[in-house]
Design a protein around this ligand. Structure first.
Ligand code: SAM
Length: 282
């Protein structure tokens, strides 16, 4: 992996390559030409590495089902963003833990104010590929350093916060204080976030999950799932202003490339192994 990129931050390379590989596939679920451009450039550096994840990325041999899942998820989050912009064309979207994703380019309606936020080492890489404008901004900060919210607060909103594949890498107490802070600072905003079912985080299931992720996806040891919830409505108990709106699982998708896995939508605990919940913060 590139120097200075931690295990959690390096997960953004996996999602980037999933977008690119899917874009180049037959009947792509997601069209993301920017991811192909970034992949082509990164390949030049990663091809000199002997790290297993890097070699897998460069060879384009990521697990095919992982690629399909990540593409379906990105497309769904694009839909959440577009739905928001249909109601509020001049709204503000904050993509928390954006990685190397190009959602802004995919959903830009010419009016949205869009913030991509990630750790400084990832934003440093993004700067080589994305130019900031008066409507597109980069924030190099941990999402847990709440100072970034003062920048966003200069806008009048409405606001949509998106966290795709991020909250599970944070400690539970940190996710809770982040959501409560968003709710306090941005009343009336929307939050779309992916969560992991805390059922799967109990030992020995957690150990099995970690070793599966390390074996199949070649995640580094520190890129481990640290927190989850048991039900989409669990966050409502954190504060009366947090309102559950809807939820979505990969297996709800009718995408043909999912194949027989679509049947898993009928098994509650599997459907909600890792899923997305949409809240209003009042
Ligand atoms: C699995 S990647 C997802 C990237 C992107 N959302 C996507 O779907 O392509 C997780 C991202 O969360 C970011 N992340 C993890 N902890 C973070 C934190 N405390 N503050 C900001 N970003 C964080 C990582 O750097 C990484 O880019």
């Amino acid at each position: 992996m590139l120097a200075g990129i931690g295990d959690v931050a390096s997960t953004s390379f996996i999602t980037l390559y999933c977008h690119a590989l899917e874009t180049l596939s037959d009947n792509p679920i997601l069209s993301d030409p920017k991811s192909v451009e970034i992949m082509t450039e990164l390949n030049k550096t990663l091809s000199r590495s002997d790290n297993t994840l890097d070699r897998t990325l460069v060879a384009g041999t990521l697990d095919r089902m992982l690629v399909v899942h990540i593409a379906i998820r990105a497309k769904k989050y694009d839909d959440y963003a577009r739905d928001f912009l249909e109601k509020y064309p001049e709204g503000v979207i904050v993509n928390i833990g954006c990685g190397l994703d190009s959602r802004f380019l995919r959903v830009d309606n010419g009016k949205v104010i869009f913030f991509d936020l990630d750790l400084p080492e990832i934003i440093g890489i993004r700067k080589g590929f994305f130019e900031e404008t008066d409507r597109y901004h980069l924030i190099a900060s941990s999402v847990l350093d709440f100072e970034w919210m003062t920048v966003i607060r200069q806008y009048s909103g409405p606001f949509l916060f998106m966290a795709e594949g991020v909250f599970m890498y944070l400690e539970g107490r940190d996710v809770r204080s982040l959501v409560l802070k968003l709710q306090e600072m941005f009343p009336g905003s929307g939050l779309v976030c992916e969560v992991v079912n805390s059922f799967w985080l109990r030992p020995p299931l957690k150990r099995m999950l970690d070793s599966k992720l390390q074996r199949q996806v070649h995640l580094g040891k520190d890129a481990t799932f640290r927190s989850g919830i048991s039900d989409g409505r669990e966050m409502e108990q954190w504060h009366s202003g947090i309102q559950f709106l809807d939820e979505w699982s990969y297996f709800d998708s009718d995408e043909k490339k999912l194949g027989w896995l679509r049947l898993l939508r009928y098994i509650g605990l599997i459907r909600k192994t890792q899923w997305t919940v949409h809240y209003r913060l009042n």
